[in-house]
Design a protein around this ligand. Structure first.
Ligand SMILES: [Zn+2]
Length: 89
């Protein structure tokens, strides 16, 4: 019997594999801008985190977003993405 394949992605905060649709994507556009992709429709390179601020903070503090996107991310940008994520819950 074949099991249904659910696309899984790893959260950069807790390192758990979860179904893609339960996670929030951060996207780096080809212009190099990083945004929280709450619609799931933006194009670009993506990194995933759970839909909670704790995982965002963990990933932020461990510099995992910077590593995933291979660039620096300003504190201001982190703060605004964190605020956006908090509003989502
Ligand atoms: Zn997580």
């Amino acid at each position: 019997m074949k099991s249904r394949r659910v696309p899984m992605r790893m959260c950069l905060g807790c390192s758990e594999m979860k179904p893609k649709k339960e996670l929030i994507r951060l996207v780096k556009s080809k212009e190099g801008d990083i945004t929280l992709d709450l619609t799931g429709k933006m194009t670009g390179r993506g990194a995933y985190i759970c839909r909670n601020v704790e995982c965002f903070r963990k990933a932020r503090n461990a510099h995992r977003f910077e590593r995933a996107f291979a660039c620096r991310i300003s504190e201001d940008l982190f703060d605004s993405m964190e605020a956006e994520l908090e509003n989502e819950q």
